[in-house]
Design a protein around this ligand. Structure first.
Ligand code: A3P
Length: 309
């Protein structure tokens, strides 16, 4: 049944025929959504129930890559007043998509009722030089969600994802330490390190948006105890408090919280929450100390601090 729905969906929506997330096909997300609530079934079947339309997102999860963006989106999707785009859209950060225009962007959004808000997530927006201005041009009063985690952990998570992608594509892989240290010093040109310079990226967003338009979700807390972080998002979005502790259960095998909604239970895809390599402690210290100053600057920018290393 799920396969038939999925096939119909792919046939009917060529623009989204290759949903990918961080280079990984996310058909599993669509399949589980096909089996989920009415919201997603309408979307897949492409039947437009009376009173629904496709809306430009009123909220965007702008990043950060490996911050927990998928978990945040899927957990928010539990809320009856929220509908979410199933795949990463990459409208504001990929030139070839941006030139297709706003109607193309809207066409990728799910159907929603008037009392629902639409959310898309593309983690690449946070580090994209163009995204802040483009999103501001579209809607200068938009509310943005940014989920962050300890910058060193984020680098290791980023490396782990690329490591598995390379293994799957039969490409050679290197130990973490060899990628991060070059000629005895920290390789600050490594993209994964640059993506964790939150102060640098945030500076670009604050040129276009007020701080109170950007709600920062603590990705480390979302892993340990999702509900309070989600309740903060409900308040930020002025939504009634509808997400409950019963919407989550801890799955011992996965080692993460999974989602219970519309009478069904599901965990995130296996590519989310993979074990990380054990990193040499000297290299870890080098990373902590490199990020420390950037973190301090970031805390000052947002008037809030985190317990990152
Ligand atoms: P790891 O796979 O390195 O542990 P993103 O969706 O932005 O790519 O982020 C992926 C990260 O989300 C995972 O990184 C994981 O730590 C985190 N995460 C948060 N809550 C999760 C959950 N309930 N299930 C799985 N992963 C979760």
């Amino acid at each position: 049944m799920a396969f038939l729905l999925l096939s119909a969906y792919l046939l009917l929506t060529p623009a989204q025929a290759a949903p990918v997330e961080n280079g990984t096909l996310v058909v599993e997300t669509l399949t589980s959504q096909a089996l989920l609530g009415n919201k997603s079934e309408h979307y897949l079947a492409q039947v437009r129930p009376p009173g629904t339309s496709r809306q430009i997102p009123q909220t965007i999860i702008i990043g950060v890559r490996k911050g927990g963006t998928r978990a945040l989106l899927e957990m928010l999707d539990v809320h009856p007043n929220i509908v979410v785009a199933a795949t990463e859209v990459h409208f504001f950060d990929w030139e070839e998509n941006y030139v297709k225009g706003i109607d193309w962007y809207r066409s990728l959004m799910p159907l929603s009722y008037e009392n629902q808000i639409t959310i898309e997530k593309t983690p690449g927006y946070f580090t994209s030089p163009q995204a802040p201005e483009r999103i501001h041009d579209m809607n200068s009063s938009i509310k943005l969600l940014l989920i962050l985690r300890d910058p060193t952990e984020r680098v290791i998570s980023d490396y782990t994802q690329v490591y598995y992608n390379r293994l799957e594509n039969h490409k050679p892989v290197q130990p973490f330490e060899d990628v991060v240290i070059k000629n005895g010093v920290l390789n600050t040109k490594y993209k994964a390190i640059q993506r964790s310079l939150y102060d640098v990226h945030m500076g670009r967003w604050l040129k276009y948006f007020h701080l109170d338009q950007i709600h920062i979700v603590d990705g480390n807390t979302l892993i340990r105890d999702p509900l309070p972080e989600l309740q903060k998002v409900e308040r930020f979005l002025n939504l009634p408090s509808k997400i409950l502790s019963s919407n989550f259960y801890f799955n011992q095998t996965k080692g993460f919280y999974c989602i219970r909604s519309d009478g069904r239970e599901r965990c995130l895809h296996e590519s989310k929450g993979r074990p990380h390599p054990v990193v040499n402690s000297t290299v870890l210290e080098q990373l902590y100390s490199y990020f420390r100053e950037h973190n301090e600057r970031f805390y000052r920018m947002i008037n809030h601090s985190f317990d990152w290393h």
